[in-house]
Ligand binder design. Structure first.
Ligand code: HEM
Ligand code: HEM
Length: 412
């Protein structure tokens, strides 16, 4: 006996893949539950999670996702091997119902070890941020857009399909134990080790069509129960900040911003998470000088509670980070200069109750009364007392990129 299956026995590769999967599945389910509980605790309304709680929840989720992707890849290998191999015959083919049940459960198990991680992975790719998969191959998936409805659907499917997997495992283990303890046959032993020359069981009738169809029916029922429970709808999944957003007073300006994007990029567990401020205003006085020199002034006010940062908006606005309740507005006041190449804003950013100088180089093109501007700066979150509880750069990098892109029209 070797690597390959025979009609009587599982080969060593099938056995190794089976028990490797068992180990990984038995680890990932509690990990998923603990990670989910940790994430719920930090997202609960009124919760004021510390930076350490967030880091712990993110790390648990990253481990869960990374192990899940490993399970998916192992499952691909396993299914490919199972397809290429003869399937050892059931030891009691005469027991029709028992064989049908065992084979249906095998289909559910094979399907689950592909579908459960796939749903989790698509959910991950359809949302922004929080806990990355710990690998260098990127966080998105081809053909999977970032989309709240898709994220909610796949999160619900992940949980529903995982429940089916758990029931299938329970039935499967019960069956294995029954064979071992009641029937006292070789079913479990031939999955555990090479049993030498086992007799080849009689060639009974196989449920080639009925078993997979039964598995499909189980999934269909489970998925529709999930729908009935409203598990696939985005309602209630968004991380609303809860902090009141104060209206920003209109500023007098020589230029009116027509379209603008103010975004930040933070690096969490080595992976970039981009966020945007929906509400900000800019008062701009700008006269393009012919030669390098002063060019005007700008005052930007940003409504901190208007930040959307992937699935961690509420946490980012909490007291350990941007503390939106106490410091609802950030203000940047700067003088503008033309340089030999490009332009620069030099001024002070008041953020989270701290003031620090900030220089923001920008590119500008003016076409008649229309200006297009893009600029970028990097700030150090520690200068503003943001996330001081996380001093580990690998958990949350110190550098935060700020990007502005806007078009403005001349006129008060
Ligand atoms: C066979 C593999 C996997 C199993 C058995 C599994 C199992 C679980 C379990 C038990 C939960 C907790 C559900 C609850 O408490 O209601 C969970 C949640 C979660 N898992 Fe997995 N998981 C797997 C793979 C993955 C993968 C590959 C990813 C992403 C790359 C992932 C992402 C998630 C996410 C984001 C949640 C939270 C869902 C939510 O927000 O409702 N999982 N998983
Ligand atoms: C935890 C997740 C588990 C998964 C995903 C899983 C999956 C599977 C699958 C798909 C097969 C069919 C192999 C084939 O014939 O192609 C199988 C067979 C088998 N599994 Fe598991 N299994 C799990 C856990 C267990 C546990 C805990 C036990 C032991 C108590 C066990 C005992 C067996 C036995 C004895 C067979 C051979 C059945 C036969 O010869 O008809 N499995 N398993």
């Amino acid at each position: 006996m070797g690597l390959h299956n025979t009609a009587a026995q599982y080969g060593s590769l099938a056995r190794a893949l089976h028990w490797l999967t068992v180990l990984m599945i038995l680890a990932i389910i509690p990990l998923g539950i603990v990670a989910n509980d940790a994430a719920h605790a930090v997202r609960a309304p009124g919760a004021t999670p510390g930076a350490q709680d967030l880091a712990r929840a993110a790390m648990l989720f990253s481990l869960h996702k990374t192990l899940g992707v490993a399970i998916f890849l192992t499952a691909l290998l396993r299914v490919a091997w199972a397809v290429a191999q003869p399937k050892p015959r059931p030891l009691h083919p005469d027991r029709r119902v028992e064989t049908w049940l065992a084979e249906t459960v095998h289909w559910l198990l094979y399907g689950s070890i592909l579908l459960v991680p796939l749903a989790g992975w698509v959910h991950h790719a359809a949302t922004t941020g929080f806990a990355p998969i710990l690998w260098p191959l990127g966080q998105s998936l081809p053909f999977v857009p970032r989309n709240d409805a898709l994220a909610a659907l796949t999160a619900g499917l992940h949980v529903v399909l995982e429940r089916v997997l758990v029931v299938a495992i329970l039935l499967h283990v019960a069956g294995a134990l029954k064979h071992h303890l009641i029937d006292r046959d070789d079913t479990l032993r031939r999955m555990l080790a090479d049993r030498g020359d086992l007799p080849v069981p009689p060639n009974g009738q196989r449920n080639r069509l009925v078993a997979p169809l039964s598995a499909l029916a189980v999934w269909a029922v489970a998925v529709s129960i999930g729908g009935g429970l409203g598990l696939y709808s985005p309602a209630g999944r968004s991380a609303a900040s809860g902090a009141p957003a104060p209206a920003l007073a209109p500023l007098r300006s020589d230029w009116q911003v027509e379209e603008g994007l103010l975004s930040i990029t933070v690096t969490q567990l080595g992976s970039a998470v981009e966020g945007r401020f929906a509400d900000w205003t800019a008062a701009i006085r700008f006269d393009d000088p012919a030669a390098p020199g002063p060019a005007g002034q700008v005052t930007v006010q940003v409504s901190i509670p208007s930040l959307a940062l992937g699935s961690v908006s509420a946490q980012a606005l909490g007291p350990d980070f941007l503390d939106a309740e106490r410091h609802a507005t950030a203000t940047y006041e700067a003088a503008l200069f033309r340089r030999e190449a490009g332009y620069v804003a030099e001024g002070t950013l008041e953020l989270n109750g701290n003031q620090m100088p900030l220089t923001l180089p920008f590119a500008l093109t003016i076409d008649g009364d229309r200006a297009v501007m893009t600029g970028q700066a990097t700030l150090d979150r520690r200068d503003y007392g943001i996330g001081d509880g996380i001093q580990d750069e690998n958990t949350l990098a110190f550098a935060v990129q700020v990007s502005v892109a806007l078009t403005a029209r001349r006129g008060g």
